[in-house]
Write a protein that binds this ligand. Sequence first.
Ligand code: PLP
Length: 387
Amino acid sequence: MKKVVYTDNAATTPLRPEALAALEACYREQYGNPSGLYSVSRQAKRIIETAREEIAGIIGAHSDEIYFTGGGTESDNWAVKGAALLRRDGGRHIITTAVEHHAILNTCEFMEREGWSVTYLPADEYGRVEARQAINALRRETALVSVMAANNEVGTIMPLAEIGKAVREAGVLFHTDAVQAAAHIPIDVNEMHVDMLSMSAHKFGGPKGVGVLYVRRAVKLPSLIQGGGQERTLRGGTENVAGIAAMAAALKASANEPEKRVSTMRDRLIDGILSAIPGSRLTGDPLNRLPGSASFIFECVQGEYLIAQLDREGICASSGSACSANFSGSSHVLRAMGISDELAHGSLRMSLGLQNTADDVEYIVDKLPALIEANRRLSPVWSVPPR
Ligand code: PLP
């Protein structure tokens, strides 16, 4: 069988065994609709409430602050549009960053079409945004500040606690998209001073299509999905019982398994690539980055072609954001970090996970230099590859 080295854990992760066991148990035995009044339904309801308590405990929240959603995109939409509805009489201004995922950026653009104004905070060369920038952008009519906890393309971890503290002091709602951060770095909603926080199960070994929006008790977020009264009337629709149970199982397992081994592999991957390949550089914050995140720019390289070359060697990686693989053009994150379109074409994102091994890393470090050389030779765009 062909060797497969999967290094695209920022796009999605393989299911953890604990999550698979929870899914199987639910699908085999817990078919009840949690809204029913008989024992089979009550069992399903209990599974959901246990998951809610477990997830709340891991992020320092109360269980009645956890709302289950259909994933990160829905949680982000709910946070932004819900906060806008809640605070619309106070003004119509939102602050976010230029390096957010499209789940936030496109929602903010929607709000702009609805007559809101949005400030997109610029990032520095590492993709970082500082608290003072958020403070300087605050207006009397600001309804919401939304800053991601960690970036999906370059892995930069934001100084969230500082930003949250400053925003809280200003009395403005603060949301974070923690889809890439949750389960990979410690998350505490109190230390981060967040009012709302988005998570997505498939980024930490859970199934796709299920997530969480944490909403602080004091925030009376309106519902965007009306229905049968589920999630304390705020998010209608029969609950994804198996997905919710599996998400909690994956998060619990991750909380018991710090990612030191992953960051050690990441460091070896970064060192191995940068020392073997001329004209290469790391993107994102060299120190404050997600444990699995290794992202690069290679001069005079065609990123899309590189992905195909890697695929032929069984290596799965991405160029820019996987969620934007359907769009051509260079990454908005790299652009916001001041990287030219030309250079951004040669971007590569590798995100390691718990399933990767030291052998995987050596395999990549061994294969990549020749692939880059071939890419530079074949690419019609470049005439003088770096030496
Ligand atoms: N936010 C970030 C930072 C992401 O990386 C992603 C997915 O890549 C999302 C939101 C969307 O999450 P989901 O795939 O669960 O809708």
